[in-house]
Design a protein around this ligand. Structure first.
Ligand SMILES: C[S@@+](CC[C@H](N)C(=O)[O-])C[C@H]1O[C@@H](n2cnc3c(N)ncnc32)[C@H](O)[C@@H]1O
Length: 291
């Protein structure tokens, strides 16, 4: 992986082979959301009609992670219901991550709050996370688990996890994390080889390389218990799942679009699960294993 330096740099989300294939120009906000400049160099929905329209259109770009009507509405949600209750460790991690050149990859704070609520409602204890980055979703989940809860956290690159680790320590939840560096497919295969892991996990959150989600699906279906939940992140893919091929969009958005659409088709037809496709952030599909 490319080494990370903090700067006011350019977000370069990864596509397979660890290559950052696009260099979209971004304007990051403190919550890690961005207004994106697209492949053709123009902001989507562009700008001649004044600031308000520009803000609204920024929100509607195919690189923006919230699907709400406007930035103002999203800001209202964050300021009313999320930030006032966000633990200090999560806030610190969010602020650190906002300065990261790849800040677009972070889980949004409202989704973090949702994951926390979900894990608590489920009384989850043993969980897996695929795709850690600096750890916002990991910390949200870890804080929600009981003292003896565990998360096997997988990422191909440890360096961003290390950046966020002090916040896991500050929150007193680092003992819950078993971090495994490497391609998640290989780590899942190792877990699947041990029969004791079959049906052992209450909750599995997947937020990594979209082209592998279907490969992950067959493995995590063995690892999650009946009644447990698998959450696939980004399943509305910045709104790009309904974009036509000639619509301008960021290169990595275009690259993964068809993988996400295929995943959605497969999940909708899989008789082994019940699903709920939720439009928080840029979509999370919850799959409840039923057989
Ligand atoms: C969208 S970010 C995860 C964001 C994270 N959930 C958060 O809250 O900040 C995706 C992560 O998946 C990791 N990743 C990409 N391909 C992977 C693979 N094949 N195996 C494991 N991790 C991978 C990347 O290194 C990156 O950190």
């Amino acid at each position: 992986m490319v080494s990370v330096e903090f700067s006011d740099g350019v977000a370069t989300p990864m596509i397979p082979n660890g290559q950052a294939k696009s260099k979209p120009s971004t304007h990051a906000t403190a919550n890690g959301n961005v207004g994106a400049v697209l492949e053709n160099g123009h902001a989507n929905g562009s700008s001649s009609n004044g600031k308000a329209k520009e803000e609204a259109s920024k929100h509607q770009t195919l690189g923006h992670k919230s699907l709400l009507k406007s930035d103002a509405l999203y800001q209202y949600l964050l300021e009313t219901s999320v930030y006032p209750r966000e633990p200090a460790s999560l806030r610190g991690l969010r602020e650190l991550t906002a300065k990261h050149p790849w800040n677009i990859m972070t889980t949004s704070p409202d989704e973090g709050q949702f994951l926390s609520m979900l894990v608590k409602i489920m009384n989850a204890k043993n969980t897996i996370e695929i795709g850690v980055f600096t750890g916002y979703s990991l910390l949200s989940t870890a804080l929600a688990l009981p003292e003896d809860g565990k998360i096997i956290a997988m990422d191909i690159d440890r360096s961003n996890y290390d950046l966020g680790f002090p916040f896991l320590q500050e929150a007193g939840v680092d003992h819950k994390i078993d971090f495994r560096e490497g391609p998640a497919l290989a780590t899942l295969d190792e877990l699947v080889q041990n029969n004791k892991n079959h049906g052992f996990f209450d909750f599995i959150f997947i937020d990594a390389d979209k082209n592998n989600y279907l490969n992950y699906h067959e493995r995590v279906m063995q690892l999650v218990k009946i009644g447990g939940i698998i959450g696939y992140d980004n399943t509305l893919w910045n709104g790009a799942v309904v974009a036509s091929d000639d619509e301008p969009m960021r290169k990595y958005v275009r690259f993964y679009k068809d993988f996400v659409k295929e995943l959605n088709k497969v999940l909708a037809a899989d008789p082994r699960i019940e699903i709920s496709h939720i439009s928080i952030s840029d979509g999370i599909t919850l799959c409840r294993r039923i057989v």
